[in-house]
Design a protein around this ligand. Structure first.
Ligand SMILES: N[C@@H](CCC(=O)N[C@@H](CS)C(=O)NCC(=O)O)C(=O)O
Length: 205
């Protein structure tokens, strides 16, 4: 059985929603970041990066959200959560997910994790002040270019929707009103209506 390591309200929400949407059996293990459980020797043996998510499979551990998302979509093709038979469409899906991981997530991380990039407290505060504007820039692009509607890839729900939704849950904390992006806000509401999303959100409360 799959074992899934996560922490509340983190990027692990995306993979968690996909696990719930697929409906496959898995064991969820919730880490407590307040007590730094991601840095314990026990967890570092699972994921030496000290980050979540991590998915333990019968062949080993998978880390990195885009990798976990595609693994789940490929392992459970009956769930129809990625355009697996169409290389161009799958590349489009991966482009969206890569943007979430490499740009949107990183823009958000400058708010609380500035120490990764600078020791100077003034520099960290300066980076924090840019988070709202950077997230707005990202979401203006998403609104314009990455959301075909009603779902990210068009008519079919996919792994990209879980990832986009996860990023939108961070907007209020970054001081950004989601309603300034009409289509993203509509997508967020659609996602909230899905039972799998509701179940996962309850686990992350
Ligand atoms: N590139 C990784 C990022 C993973 C990551 O940074 N996770 C954060 C939570 S959103 C984390 O575990 N942070 C713990 C820490 O920095 O101590 C992914 O997309 O999965």
């Amino acid at each position: 059985m799959l074992k899934f390591f996560y922490a509340a309200k983190t990027c692990a929400l995306a993979s968690h929603i996909v696990l719930e949407q697929i409906g496959c059996p898995y064991e969820g293990v919730k880490l407590d970041f307040a007590s730094q459980q991601q840095r314990t020797a026990e967890y570092l043996a699972v994921n030496p990066k000290g980050r979540v998510p991590a998915l333990v499979t019968d062949r080993g551990v998978i880390t990195e959200t885009p990798a976990i998302l595609l693994y789940l979509a490929q392992t459970f093709p009956q769930a129809g959560l990625a355009p697996l038979d169409d290389p161009f469409e799958l590349a489009q899906a991966q482009a969206v997910n890569s943007y979430m991981a490499s740009t949107v997530h990183v823009a958000h991380a400058h708010k609380r994790r500035g120490a990764r990039w600078a020791d100077d407290l003034a520099a960290q505060e300066s980076m924090q002040r840019k988070v709202g504007a950077n997230m707005i820039e990202c979401f203006e692009l998403i609104e314009r270019e990455m959301l075909r509607g009603p779902w990210v890839l068009g008519e079919a729900l996919s792994i990209c929707d879980a990832y986009l939704f996860t990023m939108t849950t961070w907007l209020p904390g970054d001081g950004v009103d989601i309603e300034r992006f009409t289509r993203v806000a509509d997508h967020h509401r659609r996602m909230l209506a899905l039972p799998a999303v509701q179940r996962t959100m309850a686990l992350h409360a």
